[in-house]
Design a protein around this ligand. Structure first.
Ligand code: HEM
Ligand code: HEM
Length: 213
């Protein structure tokens, strides 16, 4: 730390401020851990997702075969894939439970309204990540689930038909649908999620955790 402090004066104070921040006693229970556990799942998703991306091929011809190869041939491939799969299910469950904790403790009220709104974006982003990831193995179930998703988007007033075409790459499903979902899944949505998470945590730090009811 001294070595760093000499080169970047002030960094020790920031590290001390983070490490020595007291935890309010009323938050020492499982319900206040749900946000942190959601974050842990997101970190696991990013780490295991990068390993999957080393072998995954986002084309209609090769996607399913590459996922089969990850499962059957790549060393620890099935473990990494299972971790990605189950941590996704857990993340969605935990984010809803976290939202319920915030709601039932009234933590969305003044001055935390903006953080509730940031949280709503995080909820939609988490669902978007799970939805776009679902198509990637390109098996019957994932293909038709994405078609249903695109048709559901189609029913939205005004923007519906355009949204469907943007998702599928045309009136009918095209090869672009997989490329688009892949780019959304591994680049755009994780990057936007990280941005909202930073804002979420800065607001929590500035406002402090809400008082007990
Ligand atoms: C990826 C999703 C999310 C992550 C990783 C996350 C993470 C966290 C963490 C670590 C905390 C600290 C306290 C705690 O854990 O309970 C927190 C607090 C908070 N979160 Fe989230 N959150 C997410 C989604 C949401 C959603 C969906 C909402 C609501 C719509 C929300 C609203 C809030 C609010 C208002 C607080 C302040 C609570 C208080 O002061 O008691 N968050 N979040
Ligand atoms: C919160 C974040 C994420 C969620 C909820 C999520 C969810 C999913 C889901 C549900 C699947 C389908 C898996 C299956 O059925 O076996 C999947 C596949 C995949 N994900 Fe993610 N993912 C996330 C983040 C990432 C990130 C950050 C990357 C890469 C940088 C990534 C890369 C992949 C790849 C390559 C696949 C296809 C391989 C396979 O199906 O096993 N994911 N993801």
């Amino acid at each position: 730390m001294n070595w760093l402090e000499e080169r970047m004066p002030g960094i020790g104070r920031i590290a001390k401020d983070i490490a020595e921040h007291p935890v309010p006693s009323h938050t020492l229970n499982i319900f206040y851990c749900l946000g942190g556990l959601t974050l842990l799942c997101f970190i696991i998703q990013c780490l295991t997702g990068v390993f999957l991306a080393f072998y995954y091929k986002p084309t209609p011809e090769a996607a399913f075969a590459s996922v089969q190869m990850i499962t059957n041939e790549v060393r620890f491939g099935s473990v990494i894939r299972s971790m990605h799969h189950w941590s996704c299910q857990l993340m969605i469950l935990l984010v809803f439970l976290h939202m319920l904790r915030v709601y039932y403790t009234g933590a969305f009220k003044k001055p935390r309204e903006l953080n509730w709104v940031a949280g709503c974006f995080l909820l939609v982003l988490s669902l978007g990540l799970a939805f776009t990831g679902y198509l990637l193995p390109y098996e019957q179930l994932s293909y038709w689930a994405s078609v249903i998703g695109a048709e559901t988007a189609n029913t939205l007033p005004v923007i519906g038909p355009t949204l469907k075409i943007m998702m599928q790459g045309g009136i009918k499903v095209t090869a672009e649908m997989l490329s688009r979902f892949y780019v959304l899944h591994v680049m755009i949505l994780p990057a936007i999620t990280i941005g909202f998470l930073v804002a979420h945590f800065i607001m929590i730090r500035v406002q402090g955790i809400s008082d007990p009811m």
